[in-house]
Write a protein that binds this ligand. Structure first.
Ligand code: FES
Ligand code: FES
Length: 208
């Protein structure tokens, strides 16, 4: 395969499950995909080109779907499951608006084929709250005015909530690192950091 053969499909295949990351990291992934063709590292059964059966676990619910192999996870979440809280911005791994959890880790849902999510636990912003009780990060975003237009907010909330799962005592630098790669055209970053630190304190206070 030459660099001229590199396509969106080879990039998505090589980066399936990759965490949302800054643009530089996405570029590095692209370079790695060019250097190491997918066929050399992954052997998968051929499906398509028409829709194929797919079972997805989303927010604790099992869904049996018929999905074209080319469909990305964000497309299926939004268009087939109606979970429009996950936003589609750049559609190329550069803004993190589409961030969801894959087995608890934040990933860009535009950078993953839906079929590659089979067998994994997917959590979207709709699954973050516990019943009528907002997740501490969601509540803190509201209390700290951590949004303006709100387009980037679901993705940011998913990354901040994931941070608190792995680090209950984050400092500001760790929050900033967790949201690196998220683009907020409204410039809400300082409030997002404040909100996440407040959410961490609230969780500790509640014994979570
Ligand atoms: S990174 Fe997925 S929409 Fe921008
Ligand atoms: S609040 Fe508008 S893009 Fe972030």
């Amino acid at each position: 395969m030459t660099s001229g053969d590199f396509t969106r499909r080879t990039f998505l295949g090589a980066s399936a499950g990759a965490a949302c990351a800054p643009t530089q990291a996405a570029a590095t992934q692209a370079a790695a995909a060019q250097a190491a063709p997918v066929a050399a590292s992954r052997v998968v059964a051929a499906i398509g080109p028409g829709p194929a059966a797919l079972s997805l676990s989303v927010n604790g619910m099992a869904h049996r779907l018929s999905v074209e192999p080319r469909a990305t996870l964000v497309e299926v979440l939004r268009d087939q499951l109606g979970l429009t809280g996950t936003k589609l911005g750049c559609d190329r791994g550069a803004c993190a608006a589409c961030t969801v959890w894959l087995d608890g880790a934040p990933v860009c849902a535009c950078m993953m084929f839906a079929h590659d999510a089979a067998g994994h636990r997917i959590t979207t912003i709709e699954g973050l709250a516990r019943g009528d009780a907002l997740h501490p990060v969601q509540a803190a975003f509201i209390a700290h005015d951590a949004m303006q237009c709100g387009f980037c907010t679901p993705g940011l909330a998913m990354s901040c909530a994931a941070l608190l799962e792995r680090e209950p005592h984050p400092d500001a630098a760790q929050v900033q690192a967790a949201i690196a790669g998220h683009l907020c055209r409204c410039g809400s970053y300082p409030h997002v950091v404040d909100a996440t630190l407040a959410a961490a304190a609230a969780r500790r206070g509640a014994g979570e």
